[in-house]
Design a protein. Structure first.
Length: 136
């Protein structure tokens, strides 16, 4: 497994994020999704984040990204939602037909850490710490 590092730590922080359109309106197409991805990639360097994968359906997007330990994920998400909502509504006025006011994204989201090992493997590793390994 390849680990990232900075001056004082080594880490592998990967996240799967799902964000839904407000009211689950089906306004996403390939063009809007591509623009949303570009906006996310523009914001990423400011927060120490790297986008690894992007995909969408008509009413939500999936992102796979990695970050640094000091990344404030809630601040990143708020900045992204604000900037992308404003830009998408200006660049794609047809979305205003389905989404009124300033809202584009639902307030809620799903963010899951995607550790490279399953929880069961990590638990087993921790339980075996300090125990002498059997030599045959």
């Amino acid at each position: 497994m390849k680990l990232d590092s900075n001056n004082h730590s080594v880490f592998a922080l990967h996240y799967h994020l799902v964000m839904c359109i407000k009211y689950r309106k089906k306004v996403l197409d390939d063009k809007i999704s591509t623009r949303l991805q570009e906006i996310f990639e523009d914001i990423c360097p400011k927060y120490g984040v790297e986008l690894l994968e992007w995909n969408h359906d008509k009413d939500h997007v999936h992102l796979l990204f990695k970050s640094k330990p000091n990344t404030e994920l809630s601040t990143l998400l708020n900045a992204y939602k604000s900037a992308s909502s404003r830009r998408i509504k200006n660049e794609f006025p047809q979305t205003k037909k389905y989404l009124w006011k300033e809202y584009f994204w639902s307030k809620s989201y799903c963010l899951v850490a995607t550790g490279r090992a399953s929880l069961e493997v990590v638990k087993q590793y921790m339980e075996n710490q300090g125990k002498e390994s059997e030599v045959r």
